[in-house]
Design a protein. Structure first.
Length: 301
């Protein structure tokens, strides 16, 4: 479970509140209740973070969750019920919606992709780019939406690295050498340990992945002992042919397709037999989910 009460999250919220220039003392004693509703169908992500923001702005605000992270809600459904100082709630909502809208938007997009993969064994996966708190929040949203995150413990060799090394076998040998240096035993954090295999919880598990573009490169990679392949910017038809060949040569090879995979063509890519799809849309700027604060019962004093 994600730790929304970590020091990093606290610092992130404090910086955001400072940037928003939220006043600390709300002198207008206008009390009431309000609801946060979805202005679209969405998958909830970041509700605990939003609740922390509301109470960080004004500790007297009371919050009740109508749903939980991971729940799919329809347009107009209530997500949070809030009561307290109305000006404080309105100020806090701007910031809370920035966080919750972004995370729910990403979780919803992942959910839409996973819907296209039904009746296939293919999964949605993205690569963790760094260990910043914002990256970890994005990872959380992706997993909340039904996707998975490949940690930074992966060596991905693209065409430029392969050419620079002098070919696939030379690049793979260098990667194995680098991997052996990085295989330093350590304990996983509680967040990293979720869903991980016990045998990998005492040391880094490094995956070496080779990008291939055609049959010749695929055969060379598998002959060199590559266990993970990446197809980039290929059509579903071309990918299907290469994957069928790869499965015939090495049935347990991990295969990932990345690039301009969309909601409309994701099912066709999943039918190729790939293990993972990594849509570039999940690393691009994602539209936030639309949220609304409805003040139900203002009681001015």
């Amino acid at each position: 479970m994600f730790d929304f009460h970590s020091k990093a999250i606290e610092q992130l919220i404090n910086r955001a509140i400072a940037d928003l220039a939220v006043q600390d003392d709300f002198t207008t004693d206008s009390q009431g209740s309000a609801r946060v509703i979805g202005s679209q169908d969405l998958v909830c992500a970041g509700l605990p973070l939003a609740a922390i923001v509301f109470q960080k702005v004004d500790p007297t605000i009371e919050i009740r969750h109508s749903v939980n992270d991971g729940d799919f809600v329809r347009e107009g459904d209530s997500l949070l019920q809030i009561s307290g100082n109305i000006p404080a709630m309105i100020h806090a909502a701007h910031l809370a919606f920035n966080f919750m809208g972004s995370l729910s938007g990403l979780a919803t997009l992942v959910h839409r992709f996973t819907e296209q993969l039904q009746e296939t064994s293919t999964k949605i996966r993205t690569l963790q780019t760094d260990n910043s708190v914002l990256s970890e929040l994005r990872q959380y949203a992706i997993q909340t939406g039904g996707g998975s995150v490949c940690s930074s413990n992966i060596i991905r060799l693209g065409t430029s690295q392969i050419e620079l090394a002098g070919g696939i076998r030379a690049a793979l040998d260098q990667a194995h050498s680098d991997a052996s240096i990085q295989m330093i035993p350590r304990s996983l954090t509680a967040y990293e340990a979720v869903g991980s295999s016990p045998e990998f919880q005492g040391a880094e598990a490094l995956e070496i992945q080779i990008e291939v573009q055609n049959e010749a490169e695929l055969r060379e990679a598998l002959d060199a002992g590559v266990e993970s392949l990446l197809f980039l910017a290929t059509t579903p038809e071309a990918a299907k042919q290469l994957i069928e060949l790869a499965r015939s040569l090495r049935p347990d090879c991990i295969i990932e397709i990345s690039g301009k995979i969309t909601i409309h063509n994701a099912h066709a890519y999943a039918q190729t037999g790939a293990d993972f799809l990594s849509p570039s849309a999940l690393t691009d700027l994602t539209l936030p989910a639309r949220l609304t604060l409805l003040v139900d019962n203002p009681l001015a004093k």
